[in-house]
Design a protein around this ligand. Structure first.
Ligand code: HEM
Length: 635
């Protein structure tokens, strides 16, 4: 729209046309301003925008004048110029093909009719003789004119809207596509529905129109599903069909041209990356060997909370998660910076993804920012890679077990240099670091927020840890499997605040969902948030009730709870995430007493963003538990 608008302003400046009220919609122009009574609607418009306006009614240009000076100019200097009538359909069908006095254009024919009318029918003499007939005529004419106006209005508005609508319904019936909310605007389609946070806007749409909807985002078709049955059909019967990702610009610039694990399409390359991630980097065995690294990370987290608590008794959780200490400060700062920029860029809807021509009218700015960020992220990853390469040469790492993620990948590079080139390794590192950081940290923040608003649940979790782990040692990862209530809290948090609320896939061939035909290349949007907060699926979904998961351990209960997705493209790091989040939360509960900073409940508003961040960072009152100060002061 803005594209057309900008072009028009430029053209108008050049042509010196009168001002035109904004917006002038594509195809419709100013038809949306046509309201009854028209003279009042246009009167208001002139009041607001001035006495000489250029309007666009669909394909027609209209000059609206409402000042004595302008009207005078039209009817004196330009009287002959403006002496035609517009060729409206009413004039064709009700004006004998534009040949009547009212409808005919200025010229000999009109002049002749006018002469007959003036001399033969409307002269003073004739008027007097036909007084009574004329009275009747005038009454009839007034009636007709009223009809003309309403016919024009109805015809123009409805013929365009209904034509588009009927064509679409006819096409859809023929194609058997899922229902599509009305209106689907020309060019924009349903882009006007894209509001932040998107999962909530789309959730409302599904509530109103149904669980299987076909949307049009500019040039892209998107299937929005939000029922258990539909999601199950997408991820079982059609799992391979929907195992692609949409080719969005973010994947081009921030996903090494769609070659990273997250962005690549289903196929040999993705299978290979997924195999490396699952077997080499995230397997239970590898996770166990890197147990101590994670324990150290969590201890560092507890230390920072301890320092904050000792300073003024409050902590701001977000800066603690992303904060850094020791020799890594600069590296962590740079990583955090690129991660934040990535999230900001990913959360802004890139209109060029849906309206490709947009990039010539302002959309390039966002793409340029992406390219700059790509170079920055790449530089950061290359630095890490080179540093590890140097270290490996010096120390010639032999201990297979203790190799970290980058070292595992560099070992693979030694044997298969062609495939494991630097780009593939940097892509894997980037994906694992960025997909893992905000999701886990966000979950931690929501979890603590929920517990601060539900002190009974917090106490229950602390008692569980005290009775199983005690206070003479710190909790470790292997304890988590024996702390069912802690796991219930994690599940309940992931149900209410899934860090991946909307999952994006794309179909690689035609298929059917819910009996509807879904063409190849359709973007699939699975609204996990909507399903996990649906009152028809969950009892009192808005209430934090970890107890609802008691006894359901290990069971995902079909597709009711799927914060890590399901099917081939499900999150490969569920095991790691559950361990990390469990250990971090367990440690914070074991070591500290937590409270809200005031009697007011913690504000649970969600902010804008892909990973469902909190709108306001969480600040909490926190005091080291006496029994644990021994451990904390030694950290
Ligand atoms: C609470 C933590 C986490 C949650 C809730 C979560 C959730 C998800 C979801 C919903 C998806 C999309 C699944 C789909 O497309 O069907 C996903 C994909 C992915 N996640 Fe996670 N994730 C978490 C943590 C992590 C961590 C810690 C890592 C890595 C260290 C990670 C790596 C990935 C990768 C690589 C993919 C893309 C897989 C593919 O496209 O094949 N995630 N995650």
């Amino acid at each position: 729209m803005v594209m057309i608008w900008i072009t028009k302003i430029a053209l108008k400046k050049h042509q010196n046309l009168p001002p035109s009220p904004f917006p002038c919609l594509p195809i419709l122009g100013h038809l949306y301003l046509v309201k009854s009574p028209l003279y009042r609607a246009l009167g208001k418009l002139s009041e607001r925008h001035g006495p000489i306006l250029m309007l666009k009614f669909g394909t027609r240009r209209a000059l609206l004048v409402s000042s004595p000076a302008a009207v005078e100019e039209c009817l004196t200097t330009n009287d002959i110029t403006f002496a035609n009538r517009p060729h409206l359909l009413a004039g064709k069908h009700l004006g004998y093909d534009y040949t009547t006095l009212i409808w005919s254009s200025y010229g000999d024919h009109w002049r002749n009719l006018r002469r007959i009318a003036s001399l033969e029918l409307l002269s003073t003499h004739r008027l007097q003789t036909l007084n009574s007939v004329r009275a009747e005529e005038v009454r009839l004419l007034a009636k007709k004119r009223k009809r003309y106006i309403s016919m024009e209005t109805l015809y123009i508005i409805f013929s365009i809207m209904v034509m588009i609508w009927i064509t679409k319904i006819a096409l859809k019936k023929h194609q058997n596509l899922p229902p599509s909310p009305f209106p689907c605007l020309p060019i924009l389609g349903h882009l006007y529905l894209v509001k932040s946070p998107l999962y909530r806007a789309l959730g409302k749409l599904s509530e109103r129109h149904g669980p299987i909807l076909m949307l049009k985002f500019g040039t892209r078709r998107a299937l929005l599903v939000s029922s258990l049955a539909a999601v199950e059909e997408c991820l079982t019967t059609n799992d391979i069909t929907f195992a692609n990702r949409p080719h969005l610009l973010a994947g081009k610039h921030l996903g090494y041209d769609y070659t990273t694990l997250i962005w690549s399409s289903y196929g040999d390359h993705w299978r290979n990356l997924r195999r490396i991630a699952s077997l080499e980097l995230l397997s239970t065995h590898r996770l166990q060997t890197l147990n101590s690294v994670r324990a150290e990370e969590v201890r560092l987290l507890a230390k920072k909370v301890y320092q904050g608590a000792m300073k003024d008794g409050t902590v701001e959780m977000k800066s603690i998660y992303y904060g850094a200490s020791g020799e890594d400060v600069e590296e962590t700062r740079r990583f955090k910076e690129t991660l934040m920029e990535t999230l900001v860029l990913m959360e802004s809807t890139n209109i060029s993804d849906y309206l490709p021509l947009w990039k010539w009218f302002g959309g390039r700015k966002l793409e340029k920012r992406m390219v700059a960020l790509r170079d920055k992220r790449d530089g950061f990853m290359q630095g890490l890679l080179d540093e590890h390469k140097r270290k490996m040469v010096v120390s010639n790492i032999g201990n297979e077990e203790k190799k970290n993620l980058i070292e595992v990948l560099l070992k693979l590079q030694e044997t298969e240099h062609e495939y494991y080139n630097d780009e593939i390794i940097k892509g894997l590192m980037q994906v694992l670091l960025s997909a893992g950081t905000d999701t886990s940290n966000g979950t931690m923040e929501w979890m603590l927020s929920l517990l601060l608003n539900n002190p009974k649940a917090l106490k229950k979790a602390q008692e569980e840890i005290d009775s199983y782990v005690g206070v003479h040692r710190l909790i470790n990862e292997s304890d988590i499997s024996d702390l069912p209530y802690l796991r219930c809290i994690i599940n309940e948090t992931l149900r209410m605040y899934p860090p991946g609320p909307l999952v994006f896939h794309e179909s690689g061939k035609d298929c059917t969902v819910g009996g509807y035909n879904i063409p190849s290349g359709t973007m699939l949007l699975m609204n996990l948030w909507a399903m996990q907060n649906d009152p028809t699926i969950w009892e009192e979904p808005k209430k934090f009730k970890p107890e609802r998961f008691e006894g359901l351990e290990g069971l995902r209960d079909g597709y009711k709870l799927m914060p890590f997705g399901a099917g081939r493209r499900r999150c490969p790091a569920e095991n790691l995430a559950m361990r990390m989040v469990g250990l971090a939360l367990g440690t914070l509960i074991q070591c500290f007493e937590w409270e809200r900073t005031s009697d007011e409940m913690i504000d649970m508003t969600e902010g804008n963003g892909l990973t469902m961040p909190r709108a306001k960072p969480l600040v909490a009152k926190c005091k080291p538990r006496e029994k644990m100060t021994k451990f904390l002061s030694q950290m």
